[in-house]
Design a protein around this ligand. Structure first.
Ligand SMILES: Cc1ncc(COP(=O)(O)O)c(C=O)c1O
Length: 289
């Protein structure tokens, strides 16, 4: 088993200071732990440069506002924290996890005067799906993404991951890598931690992010595809349409571009368009800006 996170060497930026990894602790009565008042980011650095770093930081601040709090640092402080953590850890290629959460000053559903804490951690993380090139096997999730009237869906908020985590746990227990989640209306939404794209007759189709995160990787892929002259339809996609698609892939900071070989009884063949976009994404992530 991998070394647990709490028992690793290294450093975490926490509330403006660099703290030894083993000392980066919170109190058990933290509001963020009990009531999911936490927002976070997932980012990757390639050759020493965090991909779309400013966009991720901006989303962290937006997520916090959607959760009713302000991050008590400037965006530049978070940008500097990411650089400092990478430097201190000696990482050029890594995953980064900024997080902000309500502390333990008081504990009730009303967050009251809880202090906002912020941390930035980084670790080396290879492919999110180790068997990525073969195309992953997905099943159908039992849970649906909630409507925007039920939860602040545009926030990358900890609470929204409860149904994702349950769905991924159930999928893995059955030998799958991930699960396809529908939205509250029954439209195809996304995977448990990544957005989804389909290809039919050379055209890309992807759901409109109405009840789920409009991923930064998703937006990057749409722009890269259009720059290559491909047509991208953002639209409501029904489950029955799975029969009509030839290629399928997931996008996300952790997942990067991951071809999908199977969703339940449907089969897909990682093909030319997926490969072309994977190559374009590799170039984009490794280009110095
Ligand atoms: C639920 C969910 N959807 C989509 C994404 C993709 O977002 P991004 O490309 O900004 O990482 C992620 C990953 O962060 C996610 O957790």
């Amino acid at each position: 088993m991998a070394i647990p996170f709490h028992d690793r060497d290294g450093w975490i930026w926490m509330n403006g200071e660099m703290i030894a990894n083993r000392d980066a602790k919170i109190h058990v009565l933290s509001h963020g732990l009990h009531y999911a008042s936490a927002v976070f980011e997932g980012e990757r650095a390639y050759d020493g440069q965090v991909f779309k770093s400013a966009e991720h930081t901006a989303r962290l601040f937006r997520s916090a506002r959607l959760m009713g709090f302000e991050i008590p640092f400037a965006a530049e402080d978070i940008e500097a924290a990411k650089r400092q953590v990478m430097e201190r850890m000696g990482f050029a290629n890594c995953y980064l996890r900024p997080i902000a959460w309500r502390g333990s000053e008081q504990l009730s559903v009303a967050p009251g005067a809880t202090k906002i804490n912020v941390a930035v951690a980084a670790w080396e993380w290879g492919a999110y799906f180790p068997d990525r090139m073969k195309g992953i096997r997905m099943t159908h999730a039992q849970w649906r993404r909630p409507s925007p009237e039920t939860a602040p869906c545009a926030a990358k908020a900890a609470g929204l991951y409860m149904i994702a985590s349950l769905s991924k746990q159930a999928a893995e227990a059955e030998g799958y890598s991930d699960a396809l989640m529908l939205d509250w209306r029954g439209h195809i939404a996304e995977a448990t931690g990544a957005n989804i794209f389909f290809v039919r007759d050379g055209v890309l189709h992807t759901p409109i992010p109405e009840g789920f995160l409009n991923g930064i990787t998703r937006q990057t892929i749409i722009a890269l595809a259009r720059a290559q002259g491909l047509i991208v339809h953002e639209r409501a996609i029904w489950l029955q349409e799975l029969d009509t698609f030839e290629e399928c892939f997931l996008t996300g900071s952790a997942a990067e571009i991951t071809p999908v070989a199977e969703i339940g009884r449907n089969r897909f063949k990682p093909g030319a368009i997926t490969e072309k976009l994977m190559a374009a994404f590799h170039t984009a992530t490794h280009t110095k800006v």
